[in-house]
Design a protein around this ligand. Structure first.
Ligand SMILES: Cc1cc2nc3c(=O)[nH]c(=O)nc-3n(C[C@H](O)[C@H](O)[C@H](O)COP(=O)(O)OP(=O)(O)OC[C@H]3O[C@@H](n4cnc5c(N)ncnc54)[C@H](O)[C@@H]3O)c2cc1C
Length: 530
């Protein structure tokens, strides 16, 4: 069952087979797989639980309730990059755009060759992807629902002869509310909160919400439990109640920012020195176009179509109809100029360009800030700056080909492009990293990377840490590099794979199984209500 912190009136102690920290793309599938295999599973989630009745299309409320730092997490460095992170049951999947792509095959080849991940085969991953796609009702975005922004952009790409199409999405009967990132009000997006978590609950798993894991308990080099603090749902401050969990296996699935932060705070699993390093984020730029005719937002699919002509070079374009609140942030102007343009919102379209990093890198650090506050550093540099500019040029070209008479970018000196001449000027100009304004990123990855060598990686191919037996990491942080596309399906696939290894270990009763976690569950202090 789901146990919110408000129903917890005293300190709790639990003993289970598996304790999972985080309920997102990594934690959710693991919880369902292990609970369905008959193991007792307990999930702790720092955020609260919301349902479609709560998804009221009000962006400010959604950011405050379901995002870490109210959606204003940023990376420090040049440029500052907005990096929103979900904090709710279902993790970031509850507030993501629903694109469900398999990873770009050449990246898997690179992981095998550069990171020694010979055990990760395309055949195995494809089998898991296939299962996930069926379970999550993945199908191509419906052009009838996608909205005119998407069809217009695609028409421009087709005119230029670029490889493009409709994105696969985990959405069943999408009605095109255009608000995936504030929670799907029709319940059609098959995010973890409406799929894996309810299934895990039906197999007996428990999910404690507004409950933050603070320590991983380790004895004799083996993970034996977690120590958590309940939070007040309204203020996010500690409620004064604690949860201590004994477990035969512990899984960290707190995402690529919080997972390394938890480990760094404790100085755990870091003999390689790689915890928190190698942060990739897929930095994204955008281009907004103004048309004479009405394109008809805000109804539509925010991320409906793609242009993958330059995917091999690390540039992927994705977009559709975005709500006015996000559209306004994508304009390079403020005040009156912004207001004048926003009046023309129905005549505008916006598209995004995502860069797979080859030179840029970041890190998550514990800088000793009070509370639970990871610090994120990131530097966009080298050829990635050129790729970001190339993505903007490409989007502008496509918009003009589709009939736009103005394109707005967030590159200093090139805010407003009126046609081919401005476009060529942008193409020829030397754009510096400090010229980019308003960049964002949505895919933090790599901060506890998987690999075949304990000197250079944090987890084995099984997701178990090299240093601490029985401690697994299963979220975006284990992906060794950008997968070249949106990562949720790959994170889920890794979680399904990891569940198999944990199940094997628990079922085989490997050394230590049962020593720390007496079964049946011993529960001191039952929570009130559900
Ligand atoms: C706006 C937006 C749109 C996106 N769109 C797409 C898309 O269309 N397709 C796609 O593939 N990807 C998309 N993504 C990215 C994708 O959703 C994430 O990559 C994925 O969810 C990450 O999975 P994860 O398991 O690493 O972390 P998360 O899904 O973020 O889950 C981690 C969970 O752990 C919890 N947690 C953290 N610390 C603790 C703690 N100490 N104790 C307890 N709980 C804790 C967090 O609250 C969070 O709920 C998008 C992201 C954003 C922000």
């Amino acid at each position: 069952m789901i146990i919110p912190s408000r129903d917890v009136r005293e300190d709790l102690r639990r003993a289970v087979d598996v304790a999972i920290i985080g309920s997102g793309a990594g934690g959710g599938p693991l919880a369902r797989e292990l609970a369905s295999a008959g193991h007792s599973v307990l999930v702790v989630e720092e955020g609260a639980h919301f349902t479609r009745e709560d998804f009221n299309l009000k962006p400010a409320e959604a950011y405050m309730r379901m995002y870490r730092d109210a959606g204003q997490t940023v990376t420090m460095g040049l440029p500052f990059i907005l990096l929103p992170l979900g904090k709710t049951v279902g993790g970031t999947t509850t507030v993501n755009s629903g694109t469900a792509l398999r990873m770009f095959p050449p990246v898997l080849k690179k992981w095998r060759m550069t990171h020694g991940l010979d055990e990760l085969t395309e055949e195995e991953l494809n089998l898991i992807y296939g299962h996930l796609e069926e379970y999550l009702f993945v199908k191509r975005a419906d052009p009838e629902v996608a909205g005119k922004v998407a069809t217009t952009f695609l028409s421009g790409a087709e005119k230029l002869g670029l490889s493009c199409g409709w994105l696969p999405r985990n959405a069943k009967e999408c009605e095109g509310f255009g608000s995936c990132v504030f929670g799907c009000p029709s319940g059609s997006k098959q995010s973890v909160d409406v799929t894996f978590i309810p299934d895990a609950l039906s197999f007996g798993a428990d999910v404690y919400t507004c409950c933050r894991a603070e320590r991983i308990e380790v004895k004799g080099g083996r993970a034996v439990g977690i120590s958590c603090q309940f939070l007040d749902e309204a203020t996010g401050k500690p409620s004064g109640r604690r949860l201590e969990v004994e477990a035969r296996a512990v899984v960290l699935a707190a995402g690529a920012i919080c997972t390394p932060y938890l480990l760094l705070r404790q100085g755990l699993a870091n003999s390689s020195g790689q915890v928190g390093k190698n942060l990739a984020i897929h930095p994204a730029t955008q281009a907004v176009a103004l048309f004479d005719e009405v394109l008809g937002p805000p109804r539509g699919i925010p991320q409906a179509c793609y242009v993958d002509e330059f995917q091999g070079e690390g540039i992927m374009l994705e977009g559709g109809t975005v709500p006015p609140e996000i559209h306004a942030l994508s304009l390079p102007f403020a005040g009156r100029r912004s207001a004048e343009l926003m009046v023309k919102y129905p005549n505008m379209g916006m598209f995004g360009g995502m860069v797979s990093e080859s030179a840029s890198c970041g890190a998550v650090k514990d800088t000793g800030r009070r509370g639970y506050r990871p610090t994120i550093f990131y530097l966009l540099r080298g050829e990635d700056v050129a790729k970001a500019k190339a993505a903007v040029v490409l989007m502008a070209e496509i918009w003009f080909a589709a009939g736009a008479h103005r394109v707005f970018t967030t590159i200093a000196g090139h805010y407003e492009l009126t046609g081919a001449r401005d476009l060529r000027r942008l193409e020829r100009s030397r754009v510096r990293v400090s010229d980019f304004y308003g960049m964002s990123a949505y895919h933090p990855l790599g901060t506890c990377r998987m690999g075949g060598d304990p000197q250079w990686s944090v987890v084995k191919h099984t997701c178990e840490t090299w240093d601490v037996e029985g401690l697994y990491i299963c979220d975006g942080s284990v992906l060794p590099s950008s997968p070249g596309v949106n990562p949720q399906l790959t994170i889920m696939a890794m979680a399904m794979r990891c569940a198999g290894f944990i199940d094997e270990r628990l079922s085989a009763g490997k050394p230590g199984a049962g020593e720390n976690a007496p079964r049946p569950e011993d529960v001191a202090g039952e929570p009130q209500g559900d």
